[in-house]
Design a protein around this ligand. Sequence first.
Ligand code: LLP
Length: 421
Amino acid sequence: MDHFLYRDDILHGEDVPVPGIAASVGTPFYLYSEATFRRHFRLFDEALAGMDHLVCYAVKANSNQAILKLLGDMGAGMDVVSGGEYARVRAAGVPGERIVFSGVGKTREEMRAALAGGVRQFNVESEPELEELNGLAVSMGLRAPVAIRVNPDVDARTHAKISTGKAENKFGIPISRARGVYARAGTMAGIDITGIDVHIGSQITDLGPFRRAYLKVGDLARQLRADGHDIRRLDLGGGLGIPYARGNEAPPLPTEYGAMIRETVGDLGCEVVIEPGRLIAGNAGILVARVIRVKEGEGRKFLIVDAGMNDLVRPAMYEAHHDIVPVAQPVPGEKQEPFDVVGPVCETGDTFARERFLPPLQAGDLLAFRSAGAYGAVMASEYNARPLIPEVLVSGDQFAVIRARPSYDEMVNRDRIPEWL
Ligand code: LLP
């Protein structure tokens, strides 16, 4: 459920009509609902109620400061994968002890910054990373809290580009090697072993792969305890999928996911950390665009909109489906026709949908791309010299621009022309 609903035949973000925001900030833009973000965070928090837990929002899904602050103020932890995300989270006021640092290629500088600034744990992805972190911590007179990310070799049955838990993926340490790595870590003066970390992929729409991975993690935890390690925390990653095509998809609910966690690893008495991104942010945001014109092609109609693949890359990159709805609610029973919905970028890949059935539309009409709150704005670029589009947050009957659209001058003047030219 989200808070983008029709009222009086006009799409609203909470209590605010979308056309009013479009008139004020111009199109295209991202629109987020504060109530939806809050609701989704609470769903996870409640799903783990009764267990010692921390829901660490995966910042990569949407890293706007306003979003980080609103979740951070609710008590959310944060999962970061870069020094930039760490800096964003700290700037939003989240303390280090609520930040887990993931990522397969942490640099020395990133590790140093997190050690100095405070961190709940590093999710370490390789033996060389462990050695380097140990050396760094020792040189700083600190002990780095560490979970080793294990690769459980489980097929998450999701898009190949967002599957991370199979042996062939670059992530984690093969679970078969884990005991040896923990043994080595146990000898390191700069390493404090806290637990085990796993993450098998994203947009996972059934619980089976999670269950298989978590059972393996549970077994490993018991072995490691028997080996003498103080395994007190399990970071079970993110990845729970969301319905992108309304009416056709019903991924498991956070409550079902929470129950499965209790069932698979609950008996271990560990603190449970989860790292959801998409489920918190995805349906808390839409992308609003305007029809530039309708073009008749050879046996098809192109709906050319003012948002492009640079603004929302998911369809081009993962063949992802986003529901597209007119901001003015179609009259019930109105005849729909198939459109190819495309952006203005000079690539055929700049296609949001093919043969999508929509009511008659014309230049100037507003459209909303649903489920665009996660991996939308954060993956945007200025390809074709299209300035990054604004982000707007609605809360009840008020809205605020939480990232402004740069002017052409601001975009152009970031470049520097060397003296010799
Ligand atoms: N934790 C780790 C270590 C991750 O790598 C990810 C996502 C998450 C948590 C959050 O997963 P989520 O709950 O959001 O599924 N750009 C792609 C998704 C990439 C996900 C990468 N890792 C997309 O637009 O579908």
